[in-house]
Design a protein around this ligand. Structure first.
Ligand SMILES: Nc1nc2c(c(=O)[nH]1)N[C@H]1C(S)=C(S)[C@@H](COP(=O)(O)OP(=O)(O)OC[C@H]3O[C@@H](n4cnc5c(=O)[nH]c(N)nc54)[C@H](O)[C@@H]3O)O[C@H]1N2
Ligand SMILES: Nc1nc2c(c(=O)[nH]1)N[C@H]1C(S)=C(S)[C@@H](COP(=O)(O)OP(=O)(O)OC[C@H]3O[C@@H](n4cnc5c(=O)[nH]c(N)nc54)[C@H](O)[C@@H]3O)O[C@H]1N2
Ligand SMILES: [Mo]
Length: 828
């Protein structure tokens, strides 16, 4: 018998300790539906998770054409067989009875079922009409970080060269545009420098605004395994919430929200003051050190202590940890990226690594983290605000090269301005410049800021909205045409995780009804629109996932994200492989920048940099004079306070984010019983001090309000930083039973009713983490605790009376360590 664990009650499962510089031992996690045993499984189909950015590799168990469970892949470099709770239970959503199975079109104000011919016919005729009447700029595409590489590439070609619009972006704008921008600012180009293997080698791991325990639980298992092994790393956690990371940290700093740049400048000040600088590295590989040193000269720990409201001595302790690390690994995520100085702060983490020479060696690396499973591909395929292959829209040679790959004239590809960012697209739709918006794989009626505004934009008569999704989401209800998509497990394709590992995910079962893979839908549209290249041949020459992958390989050639050495064959059977994969690196590339900086030269870089305060793009000439030799760029930034400060009427700082058990707007995790039961409804977190002062207690129904809107939820009292409120953003509005939009008789519960329309000037990533808010009592609780998990950052301060989160027998998964390939084969 393999040991079995309740993976709702014990999300990270058992430990397999490993010492520093040792490889991470395998542990194979398996969950099969009730009544199914391994010997009954007819096929195990290779896949990887799309419920976070790790790409946990797994096999899908199939019986009689149905998914019945999953098992981690021990051979994979990313997870060595482990699966997180969402990986283990999330697949059940695929078989939900409320999946979309037929296209829907709007008739007399209502959405009614139609065949594909009718639905696509409407999309095509509206596209043609708009192209004729208003030109390509009237059509916009808002896509995802959850489709497959082949799909984004196809979409990028059809939008940029077929339609010829500049309005194509992903929800990656809300997610990892700052990761991309920070890498471009420091290294001239996107591309994750570090590797997850760095966790095995680092002696200090610093996490900036990143709750890895809940958002990338398998990599947290790796950290936990190291904490239990020989020569464990010391953790620095910068987060206002008492996350599981904070609880295990050697130093936990809980700064005032929105003050990351002040804190980082003080940390840099200390590292420079104590001369923990790798002068040789700085001289050889960087420009800009003197400006940084001058900028942070006055940024003493005492100065930052006042701004961040943490003791100066703690800042000194943190700087000591960073300054004395032998191998430093840093990770950065939404606590940094979703704030008003997102890029400026993320770049300071890069600076820390540059001045300490902590790059390109095992254990010494930066992970400017991604969030969504396939966000990396949105970026590299140019389905966001970049050109495909990290080409530079300001560099005519790059545009010409792309035109050569697509066999079109360079003037066909819009490059008169940076590709339009998502919030600007919604602004154009609001103003009437964009008349058709095709939304694929994202749910903006829940995930964008200031929802009342988003709803009124989507509801406009003059805007033709196409929604391509698995379910009739809050957003789909506003659509003119709804296209039912097949998803993970029902289609084949590749995607790339946050450390550049490319995985193949094969089709295991048939999609429900008439649902079709996103790739097929985009290819069908291109065919119907009859997009042509400059010689009159078809613009898009591929017809299935593998031929799309081969086309993408040609586009990626000689760019940083070079896939030319990869094939579907290489990705089947073994581990995922890290790009670049080419003649020089046939087995993939563990770390970038092992021998200096390679993609910052003015001729090859992805952009020429931006002013971190205004976001204004620098010119080629400015870049050439700053960085003629293509070194890493150390860019300093002054701290600026958050745009919305607390006031008498709105005395709290409101922040929003995630819980371990749910993914985003819950279209999948809300339909997986084990996950849904662990966090069934919204809640509001406040500190014990603030609750006591306001006379509020666990389970009270409270209202959070900002100048944009309100929401209601039950109060959870936690060890959160005083003055802060936290609301998970997973819960959408309660639908009007018969129609479009929220039920006006029910109070809102979506975090984004309250958030602000505002973004970082450089990355254009929205500010979801800081708003000023009021907290008021609506009704006393009846003793029932808030519907918040106890295993996570939302653990109650006073655990008595709050039952521990558990999953019961349905949430059990087996875990087997020291497994050999033989026994695993034996299960087949
Ligand atoms: N369970 C789960 N996992 C997920 C997802 C999910 O929905 N659910 N989504 C995936 C995606 S797309 C993403 S982008 C990632 C996001 O992963 P994370 O970034 O780890 O998640 P968040 O909860 O958004 O934010 C992280 C932390 O930022 C802190 N924070 C807030 N304000 C500040 C601040 O001013 N400074 C600092 N230093 N910290 C601050 C919050 O307290 C919070 O704990 O997770 C991925 N993984
Ligand atoms: N307040 C607040 N708001 C936030 C955040 C926050 O921290 N706070 N975080 C932001 C971040 S980082 C992110 S990533 C966004 C996420 O926000 P969204 O992208 O809006 O969230 P999801 O629920 O993942 O939406 C994905 C949609 O795609 C559908 N889908 C899934 N698979 C497929 C597929 O294969 N094909 C198609 N066509 N559709 C599919 C799902 O059913 C779902 O409706 O939210 C952002 N919004
Ligand atoms: Mo994200």
């Amino acid at each position: 018998m393999k040991p079995s664990v309740d993976r709702i009650g014990d999300p990270w499962g058992g430990r397999v300790p490993h010492g520093r510089h040792e490889p991470w031992p395998a542990r194979v996690d398996t969950h099969l539906a009730e009544g199914v045993e391994a010997r009954m499984v007819q096929r195990w189909v290779q896949a990887a998770s799309i419920l976070h950015s790790d790409g946990d590799a797994m096999d899908i168990a199939v019986v009689d054409g149905r998914m019945v469970g999953v098992r981690g892949r021990a051979v994979d470099r990313v997870n060595r067989g482990r699966l997180g709770p969402k990986d283990l239970f999330g697949w059940q959503a695929n078989a939900s009875p409320d999946r979309l199975t037929r296209p829907l079109v709007r008739e007399g104000g209502r959405l009614v079922e139609a065949d594909w011919e009718t639905a696509m016919g409407r999309v095509v005729s509206r596209s043609r009409e708009l192209l004729g009447e208003q030109g390509p700029g009237s059509i916009g595409f808002y896509t995802s970080g959850q489709l497959f590489l082949e799909e984004y590439y196809t979409l990028a070609v059809l939008a940029r060269a077929g339609i010829g619009t500049n309005h194509l972006d992903g929800n990656t704008r809300l997610c990892t545009s700052t990761a991309a921008e920070a890498l471009k600012e420091s290294f001239g180009c996107d591309g994750q420098p570090g590797s997850y293997d760095d966790i095995d080698h680092a002696d200090v791991i610093a996490l900036f605004g990143h709750n890895i325990a809940e958002t990338q639980p398998v990599q947290w298992m790796r950290v936990l395994d190291r904490l239990e092994g020989a020569d464990p790393p010391r953790l620095l956690c910068v987060d206002p919430r008492p996350t599981p990371v904070a609880r295990r940290a050697a130093v936990h700093l809980a700064p005032r929200i929105g003050t990351n740049v002040a804190l980082l400048n003080a940390l840099l000040h200390e590292v420079i003051r104590t001369d923990r600088v790798d002068h040789e590295y700085v001289r050889t590989h960087t420009v800009g050190f003197d400006e940084l040193a001058a900028r942070v000269e006055d940024c003493t720990p005492e100065w930052a202590a006042g701004i961040c409201d943490i003791p100066a001595s703690r800042i000194v302790e943190a700087a000591e940890l960073l300054g004395t690390a032998d191998r430093l690994l840093s990770t950065v995520l939404q606590g940094v990226y979703q704030s008003h100085q997102a890029t400026a702060a993320a770049v300071q983490v890069n600076n820390l690594h540059l001045i300490r020479g902590m790059l390109g060696r095992p254990g010494a690396g930066v992970l400017q983290m991604n969030g969504q499973p396939t966000a990396q591909n949105t970026r590299e395929c140019g389905a966001d605000g970049d050109l495909p292959g990290f080409r530079n829209w300001q560099n005519d040679a790059h545009v010409e090269d792309l035109a050569r790959v697509w066999n079109v004239e360079p003037s066909t590809i819009p490059h008169y301005a940076p590709p339009t960012h998502a919030l600007q697209m919604f602004r154009y739709a609001e103003q009437g410049a964009i008349r058709m918006l095709w939304i694929s794989g994202t749910n903006p009626a829940v995930s964008l800021p200031e929802l009342s505004r988003i709803r009124s934009i989507l509801a406009q008569e003059r805007l033709f909205v196409v929604v391509q999704d698995l379910f009739l989401t809050e957003t789909a209800r506003y659509a003119d045409v709804v296209l039912p998509a097949a998803t993970w497990g029902e289609k084949t394709g590749t995607f790339t995780n946050a450390d550049r590992t490319v995985h193949l995910s094969d089709k295991a079962v048939e999609p429900p009804g008439e649902a079709r893979p996103d790739l097929d839908i985009f290819l069908d549209y291109a065919r119907r629109m009859d997009f042509r290249d400059k010689d009159g041949g078809p613009l898009i020459t591929w017809h299935d996932p593998e031929s799309a992958f081969e086309a993408w390989k040609r586009c990626s050639a000689d760019r940083p994200c070079d896939y030319t050495g990869l094939s579907y064959g290489m990705l089947r059977g073994g581990s995922g492989i890290q790009w670049p994969v080419n003649g020089q690196a046939p087995g993939g590339t563990e770390r970038l920048y092992t021998h200096g900086i390679t993609w910052a030269h003015p001729d090859v870089c992805e952009n020429y940099g931006k002013d971190l305060v205004t976001g204004a793009a620098d010119s080629a000439m400015e870049y050439r004079s700053l960085n003629p030799d293509g070194k890493a760029m150390i860019k300093a930034a002054a701290y600026l306070p958050p745009h919305e400060a607390p006031t008498r009427d709105h005395p709290f700082q409101l922040t929003t984010g995630r819980t371990l058990y749910h993914f985003h707007t819950r279209t999948k995790t809300g339909r997986a019983p084990q996950l849904n039961a662990a966090a069934p409804d919204v809640w509001v977190e406040a500190s014990a001090d603030d609750a006591a002062r306001a006379g509020l207690g666990e389970g009270d129904l409270v209202e959070v309000s900002t100048p944009r809107g309100t929401l209601q939820g039950r109060l959870r009292v936690t060890d959160l930083r005083p003055g802060v409120l936290f609301v998970p953003f997973h819960y959408g509005y309660w639908d009007t039973p018969t129609g479009v939009g929220p039920d006006p008789t029910v109070p809102g519960r979506a975090a984004n009713e309250t958030t602000i329309t505002d973004w970082d000037p450089a990355s254009k990533q929205p500010v979801f983490k800081t708003a000023a808010a009021a907290l008021t009592l609506v009704a006393r609780g009846d003793g029932t605790p808030a519907p918040a998990p106890t295993t996570t950052a939302s653990a109650p301060t006073a655990p008595h009376g709050v039952p521990a989160t558990t999953g019961g027998p349905a949430a059990h998964a087996t875990q087997e360590s020291a497994i050999s390939r033989d026994t695993e084969e034996g299960d087949r």
